[in-house]
Design a protein around this ligand. Sequence first.
Ligand code: LAC
Ligand code: ZN
Length: 468
Amino acid sequence: MTSDFFEQLGKAVGDTNVLTGDAVHADYTHDETLGLGPVVPLTVVLPGSTGEVAEVLCIATEHGVPVVVRGSGTGLSGAARPVAGAILLAFDRMNRIREIDTDNQVAVVEPGVTLEQLNGELAPYGLVYPVSPGEQSASLGGNVGTNAGGMRAVRYGVTRHHVLGLEVVLADGTVMRTGGKFVKSSTGYDLTQLLIGSEGTLAVTTEVIVKLHPRLTETATVLAPFATLPEVTKAVPRIVASGVEPTILEYADALVMSSITKAAGLDLGIPESVQQAALAYLVVVLEQSSVARLDEDVEQLGTLLGDLGALDVYVLPPHAGSSLITARERLFFVTKASGADDIIDAVIPRAAIPDYLAAVAELAASHGAFVSGCGHVGDGNVHLAVFQPDAQARHELNRAIFRTAIEAGGTISGEHGIGTSKMSYFVESADPALLSLMHAIKAAFDPGGILGPGRMPGPADHLETAHS
Ligand code: LAC
Ligand code: ZN
């Protein structure tokens, strides 16, 4: 790359914000996807404003240098993994909360703002941004990129249900706004929704307007062990239909439950005999604005869980309840430390989960693998940790699992995204008409193909393979 290129970048964002060589910290060379090694980009560029992002994209376009966008690097699909020879555009400096508008219940944030930071600032106003993909250091920009979901989606929905508007920069440096501080719009194509989940392939997000909710103060965490996994998964539609509206409705198989509690040093006081008999658990968090309403919900849920065959029902003391949720949030790191080779996040209609998990167990056995599960069962979003070190065997197993999920009426990724790690599964299973349209949309936004190379919707040769 010519010195002219680096000189232009230095002029745009300041020389100290253009990192090369040893100045590129190892954190910038990867996201958290299992099994993907580090890649050192050509340079890491740290813009400080929308105008600087626009200048960087103009320079990238002029020199034909690809750009990969990165939030906090907590993603699980390889979308933020650098490409050699590309600019890694990182938003560490664009981390200001531009506005908290209490009357309209919205916040206007820069993409580098983290969930922890936003909720910390919102707490004194009695407000919350409820989307909670587990890792609180995740950034809002990254969450928009992957349409992050997480544990509270069963009540509140996912990122796309909270983003009311965006400011983005197009590949040629044009700054564009979509949506605004309003909750409804019937004004042309909904580009906000198209951009959410586009994983840095269509435009670069520089501002996000998010919807907020009142913070519910009364919380109860209910833990119900069951003797079998199908009993747990069959209970889920009944709980959703009961009207108690859980804020969190998670399942964990016995292995996941013992690993996360052990890693957190947490003793939930469940008798040894119950632990021995339990093959799976439901964790339900209820939140209400008053103790009376909460007590009513806890009682209704307790009775229902008993009717559904729970071995027992434990209403955890507040401290133990929040510790269990924190332990569950650490799941990814516990799974990683246990040597898992992959994490799958397919989503299926929740009533299809029992059959899906039975099919997954058979597929794991026939592929010489071990699979353990937990996840956002209220949304039909199951996380499977796959233990199969042989890459080819794992690929075949993953393909079979994804095919099963699709046949059950689901899709490959509920919340982690396609990124680079699931591209091949996505391209081979998607409707060719849909892929062609995605490709045309990509070309309309980014004719030079500089944004997120190798990501969704995939290069044209993949499309030809899918068509043939
Ligand atoms: C979680 C991540 C793995 O649910 O999606 O913890
Ligand atoms: Zn998850």
